[in-house]
Design a protein around this ligand. Structure first.
Ligand SMILES: CC(=O)SCCNC(=O)CCNC(=O)[C@H](O)C(C)(C)COP(=O)(O)OP(=O)(O)OC[C@H]1O[C@@H](n2cnc3c(N)ncnc32)[C@H](O)[C@@H]1OP(=O)(O)O
Ligand SMILES: O=C([O-])CC(=O)C(=O)O
Length: 431
């Protein structure tokens, strides 16, 4: 699979030289194994934001940012979006292969068996302020799982790791729905295990006893598709956070809770909430040009939310699928949302503008997803929670891969010190 050439590298500051492999898989870009040259010598590279640093090898997800290619375990995202389900995709991410029918049934059975949230976890919610952000409640609740499931936190045991993965994927929708219902003062709903994964979640979110919930197949299909598209994205900020925390030997619930907090920021998963707020603020299609102008102004902190990506420099294949789905879902649900017009006008204006073209800034996965969530009745503050439900599959797959990889080391970046030179302490009355 890999086509390895040898390159000679010289580190001038230490005068060390080494012959190192130029690593290049059949799919991947070439990269030099600098770590071998510098390993524990005190010399290191400076790469703010890790734009040129591979922190790990991984067999889970592949991205070609120039060609707009995304593969989960080798399968193109377009095919998974069309033919798979979120649970099947989760199995694929975790196990490396698509399941047979009986393997899938067993997996679904295990997930269904673990959907309940511990009764005592409900008491946690009572301590949260009534208008706490759902992401704050989600992060705290998931971190607290390690206080409930002591029996499956031996990170060195493969069976325990698997059980933690099942528990997390199963319980995330239950906890997420509880975050929503707490925020509106409604009693929690138990998971109805005769329903499928996404229907079960929608039931826990929206069911009211006096008005039994009619399951809408269009809504369920759209949500399942969004979950597939958000399930993994190699070493993005939240997954790298999960791996960094995981590298210390921390338990899976603590590691995933750290991923949730990293996802929350508006530069990452929090962008879906920020996009909708931005579109609402812009308000009408005739105000789009002002927004584009502001986004280009370096004295203005305003950015076009849902635009730009560290890796995709042509288009984000997920954004393409979501954009199409957005039209379809609104049409099928009979929703006429003027924000869709604003979004399309904004995309059109930005793609014609030299600033965005030169910097290769295109709509990313978060640009159109919020309009779909809104059409499904999901409140804006829950958008990033929805992302977290889906990304849990990817996070835990990476956490497991990390623990299965021999020779994994603690993550420990270096820094370039820019502070004061050595100096003597001065007593307070002499300062
Ligand atoms: C699920 C996800 O996480 S997808 C990403 C979701 N985040 C967003 O949508 C937030 C808006 N986008 C951004 O902030 C960025 O494009 C990021 C965080 C996604 C990527 O950041 P980076 O790869 O570090 O790019 P960086 O911030 O260096 O931007 C490169 C240039 O494009 C500009 N730029 C990047 N994104 C935008 C934007 N959305 N609007 C206006 N200008 C932008 C920067 O100002 C910079 O300009 P300069 O070269 O003149 O200084
Ligand atoms: O890969 C990234 O940097 C961000 C992203 O699109 C994701 O996490 O889905």
């Amino acid at each position: 699979m890999s086509d390895t050439k040898i390159v000679k590298l010289v580190d001038e500051s230490s005068n060390r030289s080494s012959e190192l492999p130029l690593l290049s898989g059949t799919l991947g870009p070439a990269c030099i194994d600098i770590a071998t040259l510098y390993k524990d010598t005190g010399h290191f590279t400076y790469d703010p934001g890790y734009g040129s640093t591979a922190s790990t090898k991984s067999a889970i997800t592949y991205i070609d940012g120039d060609k707009g290619v995304l593969l989960y375990r080798g399968y193109p995202i377009e095919q998974l979006a069309e033919k798979s389900s979120f649970l099947e995709t989760s199995y694929l991410l975790l196990n490396g292969e698509l399941p047979s029918k009986s393997e899938f049934n067993a997996f679904e059975h295990q997930i269904t068996h673990h959907t309940m949230m511990h009764e005592s976890l409900k008491d946690f919610f009572k301590g949260f302020h009534h208008d706490a952000h759902p992401m704050a409640m989600l992060a705290a609740s998931v971190a607290s799982l390690s206080a409930f499931y002591h029996d499956d936190i031996n990170v060195d045991n493969a069976e325990d790791r698997k059980l933690a993965a099942i528990r997390l994927i199963a319980k995330m929708p239950t906890i997420a729905a509880a975050c929503y219902r707490y925020s509106i003062g409604w009693p929690f709903r138990y998971p109805r295990n005769n329903l499928e994964y996404v229907d079960r979640f929608l039931h826990m979110m929206f069911e009211v006893p006096s008005e039994p919930l009619e399951m809408n197949p269009v809504a369920a299909k759209a949500l399942d598709l969004l979950f597939i598209l958000h399930a993994d994205h190699e070493q993005n900020a939240s997954t790298s956070t999960v791996r960094l925390v995981g590298s210390t030997g921390a338990n899976p619930y603590a590691s995933i809770a750290a991923g949730i907090t990293a996802l929350w920021g508006p530069a990452h998963g929090g962008a879906n909430e920020a996009v909708l707020k931005m579109l609402e603020e812009i308000g009408t299609a005739d105000k789009v040009d002002t927004a584009v102008k502001r986004a280009k102004d370096k004295n203005d902190n305003f950015r076009l939310m849902g635009f730009g990506h560290r890796v995709y420099k042509n288009f984000d294949p997920r954004a393409k699928i979501i954009r199409e789905m957005c039209h379809k879902v609104l049409n099928e649900l009979g929703v006429n949302d003027p924000l869709l017009d604003v979004a399309m006008k904004l995309e059109e204006a930005a793609l014609k503008d030299d600033y965005f073209v030169e910097r290769k800034l295109y709509p990313n996965v978060d640009f159109y997803s919020g309009i779909i969530y809104k059409a499904l009745g999901i409140p804006t503050e829950m958008f990033t929670v929805m992302f977290a439900i889906a990304r849990t599959a990817g996070w835990i797959a990476h956490w497991i891969e990390q623990h299965e990889t021999p020779g994994s080391r603690i993550g420990r970046p270096r820094q370039i010190y820019t502070g004061a030179d050595v100096r003597d302490y001065v007593a307070v009355d002499k300062r």
